[in-house]
Design a protein around this ligand. Structure first.
Ligand code: GYE
Length: 304
């Protein structure tokens, strides 16, 4: 009857979770897929009222967004920190306001782990190690020169992927002859690779911290009259559609996956946190790796 319906409506109204999400930016295909996953999951239909903001890869914009979510009095704040350090003051403000914080994708470097409830994301060190192990297998007995395109300086994936790769090739004949940031974008990846190609004529392999920078490197290599995937091998991380397409065409040689579909885990953890339930402090997303054949097979059903 009518009154029951009204009660149900009032109840579901009460349960709507106001969530503020501060995204890193729109720097890559991975980021676009991550944003879509979050926006498609944190919907009114699923009981969320989402405020979303894009920080354009600037920490000050993220701090400002988090402060405005605190002022709005949302039920929960989630964000993907562009860099690792410098978050304690604003996280302390959220804590004082009684608003729980969930980290997605990237970690913060803080000694106080009571400043957030949970961190959902991939193990970037492991991704770097997987990339390094594959690179080490490419060694042809003649010394092997590697250039590295790093992600955004100070970001968790750039720090951890560099570390993982470095430790996996330690003690091998692979040598990282140069390493610079391309800020996770195609444009900067291309620019940095152009510089490397002018400086060195003996590059064997490019390790790019994401697909987009690898795709930029392909453009630079082709413009220099070389064949990507043959004259210079390329390994990247992410496995988004454009990267997987280049892999299936043989322009990239190997990709370690980083799953961007974090929306469903975030929704679940946010519901639990708001309901006062215990949640796991660290939720590790599992990743695979692809060679040309596996990419060709996976592409038709790939979601992102
Ligand atoms: O690899 C890159 C994006 O934080 C895991 O950020 C993410 C990284 C991803 O720009 O493409």
């Amino acid at each position: 009857d009518g009154s029951t319906g009204a009660t149900e409506e009032a109840m579901s109204g009460d349960e709507t979770i106001a969530i503020g999400f501060s995204q890193v930016g729109a720097e890559s295909g991975w980021r676009a897929a991550n944003t879509k996953s979050i926006q498609d999951t944190l919907t009114a239909e699923n009981g969320f009222d989402l405020s979303f903001s894009d920080a354009q890869q600037k920490q000050e914009n993220q701090i400002q967004a988090i402060r405005s979510y605190i002022a709005q009095g949302v039920d929960v704040i989630a964000f993907s920190p562009v860099v690792e350090t410098g978050w304690d003051p604003v996280l302390q403000e959220a804590k004082s306001a009684g608003i729980p914080v969930i980290l997605t994708d990237r970690a913060v470097d803080s000694e106080d782990d009571t400043l957030y409830e949970s961190f959902i994301g991939s193990d970037f060190v492991l991704e770097g190690e997987m990339a390094g192990e594959w690179a080490a297998e490419q060694y042809d007995g003649e010394g092997y020169k590697v250039v590295e395109l790093q992600g955004t300086t100070g970001s968790a994936p750039a720090i951890d992927r560099k570390e993982g790769f470095g430790s996996a090739i330690e003690g091998t004949d692979l040598e990282i002859i140069d390493s610079q940031t391309g800020n996770f974008t195609r444009t900067e990846g291309k620019q940095v690779m152009e510089g490397f190609l002018q400086k060195y004529d003996d590059i064997d392999l490019v390790f790019a911290h994401n697909d987009d920078m690898g795709l930029g490197a392909i453009e630079a290599i082709e413009a220099a009259g070389l064949t990507p995937g043959e004259d210079i091998k390329i390994i990247t991380i992410d496995a988004v559609k454009d990267g997987m397409t280049a892999l299936s065409e043989g322009k990239i040689n190997y990709i370690v996956e980083c799953n961007p579909l974090l929306g469903p885990d975030l929704a679940e953890i946010a519901q639990k946190v708001v309901a006062g339930e215990e949640v796991e402090k660290r939720i590790v997303v599992k990743d695979e790796a692809f060679d040309q054949e596996a990419a060709t097979e996976a592409l038709p059903t790939r979601e992102y």
